[in-house]
Design a protein around this ligand. Sequence first.
Ligand code: MG
Length: 391
Amino acid sequence: MGADPKTIAVIVVAAGLGERMGGAPKQYRPLAGRAVLARTIEAFTRRRDVTWVLPVIHPQHAERYAALGLSHPRLLDAVPGAATRQGSVLAGLEALGERAPDLVLIQDAARPLVNDAVIDGVLAALGAAALPVVPVTDTIKRSSDGRMVDGTEDRRQLFAAQTPQGFAFADILDAHRRAAAAADDFTDDASIAEWAGIPVTLTAGSARNIKLTHPEDFERAERLLGGGSMETRTGSGFDVHPFEPGDAVWLGGVRIPHGARLKGHSDADAALHALTDAIYGALGEGDIGSFFPPSDPQWKGAASSVFLKHAAGLVAERGGRLVNLDLTIVCEAPRIGPHVQAMKAAIGAAAGIAPSRIAVKATTSEQLGFTGRSEGVVAMATATIELPRED
Ligand code: MG
């Protein structure tokens, strides 16, 4: 076994009044139907490598924050920020002090389109400090009075800083504490690391990881989140369970009286297991065993609809939707045909989709092989999902 994984905390800085655009503070405004801050927080709570997510909010926004109704095992209670961004980040770092994470990512609430590729890049580069950037494409002019050009910068040496910015927790906490005594106008945390002499590594940001500042930024972000930014993905699942003495089998969420039962740790519903793995496959996640270890006694005899619900829940958590499920069951007996409609209803109820988006088919293997000898059941499944495109 390797060393314990590092603990990773994420501070989501949402403490600005956010009134530059007028109306509701920008971090609480809906973006394609979901509050900006909720989207930013969920970009991190959905990651299994993140240990804690800590929002830092404006003291006047406690009710607005509560109204978002956010709840997640990795989400900590929000803490109040300070008058400056720098002060708010320090408040968040101090609030994490007792937990003492190994690493901390500091994320602006106004970048709700942050994606896994950017986050992965920052984490991979830590280390001491890592900063996602994009190359500057405009030619940059220097002017001391805003009227006359003094010169032109070499843009090959210029990069625009994004978030999340990542740090070794103890180092950035120490740097922030010392910086607080020196100045209060650092505009990002990499600047504080630079000031403290911590080496900062550049990583790849994303042109999609925009900061919402002006009303037109919201329009652009909504376009990026719109239909054109969804992608279709497919996954497959396969499962086998042997028969053992018994009086009924569970298949497709339906109990079918039979002269044997299926052997397994849970209710051994091979059909629901194959469907669940198909969804995990489409998500690029692990498999049932990685989420629900057979070594864990709480899954003994469990109804397998729990697993299917979990997989469908992950799709929803990532802002996606389940498009269809296709299941094939291979066995000589029991006969599946009479139970197809009941299975479609049970699968639809667990997965949260209409039975019209589910196919249940059955075949024998013409008395060949272990299914042909009625030693067990095979189930195969395909899942199609739509997910927000992230790269
Ligand atoms: Mg199984």
